[in-house]
Design a protein around this ligand. Sequence first.
Ligand code: ADP
Length: 481
Amino acid sequence: MKWYQRIQIRATIFLIIVVTGIFCFALFFVLSNQINYRINSRMDEISRYAVLVASDIAMNQYIGNTGSSEYYEEVDSMAGFYQDARILVLNDQCRVLKDSANTRRGKTFINDDILTALSGQTTRAVEGIYGRIAVPILDYSDSYVVGVVYVSLSMERQYQEIQNSLDAVVLVLILTWIIICLLIGSVFMLSFKPLAKIRRWLRDVNNGHGEHPPLVRETSEYGAVVKSMDTIIADLKEADTSRKEFVSNVSHELKTPLSSIKVLTESLLLQKGAPEEIYREFLQDINSEIDRESALINDLLSLVRLEDSKSGLNLQMISMNDMAESILKRLQPLADRKQVELILENRGRVEAEVDEMKMTLALSNLVENGIKYNKEGGSVRLKVDSDFADAILTISDTGCGIAEEHFNKIYQRFYRVDKTRDRATGGTGLGLAIVHQIITMHHGSISIRSKEDVGTSFTVRIPLIAVQNAKNLAEKEEKDR
Ligand code: ADP
């Protein structure tokens, strides 16, 4: 990742741009306020003085006189006071009677300001660094305008003063701006620091290590993110390990019957002229290995299909009594071969919303196990019952039983209590995994009670109304209310 793509750099740049904008605006505001204030004060001051001069001239009726300089002492003192102002006194014919600069005296001088003043209005205007003020001079009776006091002035000095005072303001603003930018930068760098740690950790995880998550404050948002990521990574690792284990188990299980078949055929091939009974015996063994292989493949396919259709159940209201009866009927030949009695016990009519095919597969597996792990003359009892919420199916046998330490593990794929014995019974180690998967899909539960050499009893509970429908019904009832 390039440095400018980092979130802290981007956030810092963004905030610095915002702060710079605010500072520029503040600077512009201060500058224009200062200029307006200074210029207006100066114009006000000179205007007041010009009005004084105009009333002095009016009072003393200088305009009617020849216009000799000695009548305009006030003008001279004003000009002396305001060095950068030029003061003219004009009569109503726009003739200059007095000029503080002494160059226009006796000449005619006319402009819009003077004409406005002659109409009786005081005017003032500012253009760049120059200002103009024109004040009418009224006759002694105040009834008509006899002349004009006209002042033109330069405000260069005021601009210079503003410039000097602004230098300091700008310097302070720039220093404050630098400090704020540094603060923003460091705050962002510090607050985004854990992000860099998290990135490094994820890179390590990606490279196959990174067992230890980075140390970030648990109460912060980073803490929550790291915690969730750590859980997800642990789950993924576990899933990966179980996938690898599954693949290696599958390969091993698929290879075993094949190896047996290979050994059997090779030894047959080596025995030249062997009697027919030997051939028959070997071929029977080969046949049962093929059966095992195909049972294994069938179970694997069932499991994979179940994984694929995790959310898809073909739910229908089914009579559990009928289902139990047909399962026992189908397994009767197997039970007969093992000389095991099959007993169906219906404790009332039970109907439940289930996927018929999947539920039949699950219950068949349980009954089949009851037969397989039973002893000659034993029995398997399938009891169909219900309470107000669930269908309850109990499969009890009088077989070899399962020690308690295996209870939690028997639903794992390929788990067998006694490997050699269970393989001899023709099991694949996948039956109970399939049962568990199907019952979980129905939001049901399975529990086990067993005693070695006495027997085993599995109890399956399945909601009478499928959970998804029950939820919808409850929601609908809630809405209707
Ligand atoms: P398998 O195909 O080997 O029977 P399962 O997943 O169905 O595989 O069962 C797992 C293991 O649990 C079996 O290998 C067996 O040891 C034990 N088991 C399952 N059901 C019974 C039972 N009814 N009685 C005794 N042991 C059982």
